[in-house]
Design a protein around this ligand. Sequence first.
Ligand SMILES: C[S@@+](CC[C@H](N)C(=O)[O-])C[C@H]1O[C@@H](n2cnc3c(N)ncnc32)[C@H](O)[C@@H]1O
Length: 379
Amino acid sequence: MTAALLSMTRPRRPRRADRADASRPAGGAGVSGFDVGAGSAREGGGMDNVLRYATDYHAPVLLAETVDLLVTDSAGLYVDGTLGGGGHSAALLDALGPDALVVGIDQDPQALARASERLAEAVGAGRFLAVEGNFGDLGALLRRAGLTGVVPSGVADRPAAGVLLDLGVSSHQIDAAERGFAFSADGPLDMRMGATGETAAELVARLPAAELADVIYAYGEERRSRGIARAIKATAPTTTGQLADAVRQSVPGKDEVKSLARVFQALRIAVNAEMEVLEAALPAALDALAPGGRLAVIAYHSLEDRRAKQFLKTGRFSGQVEKDVYGNPLTPWTAVTRRAVVADDAETALNPRARSARLRVAEKTAPPPSAEPGRHPGA
Ligand SMILES: C[S@@+](CC[C@H](N)C(=O)[O-])C[C@H]1O[C@@H](n2cnc3c(N)ncnc32)[C@H](O)[C@@H]1O
């Protein structure tokens, strides 16, 4: 894994993140389902933010809510583990003071290039650092960034005030047919968010039908997984169009779109090992946070939301709460959101992708004095 460090200098003066893109009418060609025609939705309070930070690359979801709930220290270090088009990072930079640092991580070199261009002013001011890598390696990426000596104070020496994970893929990744994520456009059956690893075509060729069915059932929650897996194996698809045709053959027309969405989601999760990576990233985020620092997770499907919910409540993925010798619950978190924050009608009218978003935020509690350094109860 490479850590691509863009130029870093000591913060000089307050800068605002570049908003040039944001002043453009949001949702131009290329933004999946982003309906700029929904005039009344623009009049809602939070809609100013949606329009201001949306680009033709991606429209960030739950933006005002995320920034409000994440920021506790205006001079702190914030890690945006899913940089994408840089919308959340841009809004964070605007909300933070001159001494704050935002580190934006993405495994997609295209996203890093695009967001770094957008945030060039903040890069120049030493307020933003782009790092290429997988957020599953969060701790190592931050340590490596600090070890370069490019960052004067050393990123690794500053525990984070906030970590954001806005999971899944960006609108641009879905829209770009050559990335192979969408069933609505024909392209190579790829689905990798990064530039390396096994493609979806290679995965379906390698897995026996029974294992492919398990993947489709586990990650797509698709009940017709066995029939669909058999049809896929018979076709040996190498394009998204061929995969979509194989799915269409094995489901009734009325269920077609839902089944296509489930199968494509399942393969994307498997190709990018999304569940394993999330289970590595959440404890790593806890470790990276200072006491009082906050972790915000935006999930788009129940599998990842369930993991985020359990970990942000108990510090474990089993959901079981560890107890001390007196039976008191031990958790490294204090809840900031008691239940998931969801987008309001105005945002979902403008950006249908926001409909499935679930934002959960928790604050890291100070470990008890007896705890070993670097260990957290329940982690
Ligand atoms: C939903 S988009 C984030 C959009 C971003 N918040 C914005 O406002 O533009 C998710 C991004 O996270 C990246 N991503 C997903 N999983 C990742 C992982 N495990 N490591 C690093 N980046 C990841 C994807 O490549 C994609 O660019």
